[in-house]
Ligand binder design. Structure first.
Ligand code: 5BU
Length: 229
């Protein structure tokens, strides 16, 4: 982030592998993190994650598969390591809900820690009516402290702790506030990074649907770096 002067993470929620790769090549120079939903791809093959890994190396960003694991520890661990996607092999960052309790962190940690991966806990969500709030959010912070060898931070809407071991990443960001038709709520970089004190903004359609994603990513990057608190 310091080297590239960017606190911009992006996602391109497409069903086409080539579109994801082209987008990543375009925005790569401006981002610190590429967030993926690998299970959206209708033409997935392992070569996609190999190519994403090469792009991550070339442009110096980290991949974050936004898998939002939510099952018991044993199953979440298997979903992380096995199946079609083998997420733990190519995504250094992933995330989970804490609704199952600490076992999910322990399961993911067994698979991820030996590979040098890290985990984000879903402490808050951007969508309207989210139940991840109040005591639930506080429990996420407590669990992060308890498993700080594997948990690297939070998906949240505001800074939750001053503990410098944890990064705060915030989705639901656009240059103008608003919402979509299914409950997504947007805040501006200024609000998220400045007022709310988050570290990284995650921008999807604000960039992926722009006429020139590369130019738009550069714009968000500037805005985000200026807004940081
Ligand atoms: P958008 O196009 O900027 O709305 O994309 C937002 C992305 O962030 C999308 O991939 C969601 O899955 C993801 N997301 C979110 O929007 N809100 C949340 O609270 C969490 C993830 Br957690």
């Amino acid at each position: 982030m310091e080297r590239k002067k960017t606190n911009l993470a992006v996602n391109c929620d497409t069903v086409r592998s080539q579109q994801l790769l082209d987008f990543t090549e375009q925005v790569g120079p401006h981002i610190c993190v590429l967030k993926t939903h690998i299970d959206l791809l209708e033409d997935f093959s392992p070569s996609v994650t190999q190519k994403l890994t090469q792009l991550a190396e070339k442009h110096q960003f980290l991949i974050f598969e936004d898998r939002k694991f939510a099952d018991i520890g044993t199953i979440s661990k298997a979903q992380y390591e096995k199946g079609i996607y083998h997420i733990s092999d190519w995504s250094p960052i992933t995330n989970c809900h804490i609704v199952p309790g600490p076992g999910i962190i322990e399961g993911l940690r067994e698979a991820g820690l030996p590979k040098g991966n890290g985990l984000l806990l879903l402490a808050q969500m951007s969508s309207k009516g989210s139940l991840a709030k109040d005591g639930y959010t506080l429990e996420a912070v407590r669990l992060a402290e308890l498993y700080s060898d594997f948990v690297i931070g939070f998906i949240c809407q505001e800074k939750l702790t001053d503990d410098p071991r944890f990064v705060h990443m915030t989705p639901g960001v656009k240059l103008s506030e608003g919402s979509d038709s299914l409950g997504q709520q947007y805040n501006t970089p200024e609000k998220v990074l400045g007022k709310n004190g988050s570290d990284i903004m995650i921008v999807g359609r604000g960039i992926s649907q722009a006429a020139d994603p590369s130019k738009e990513a550069a714009r968000y990057k500037e805005e985000g770096w200026r807004a940081r608190s």
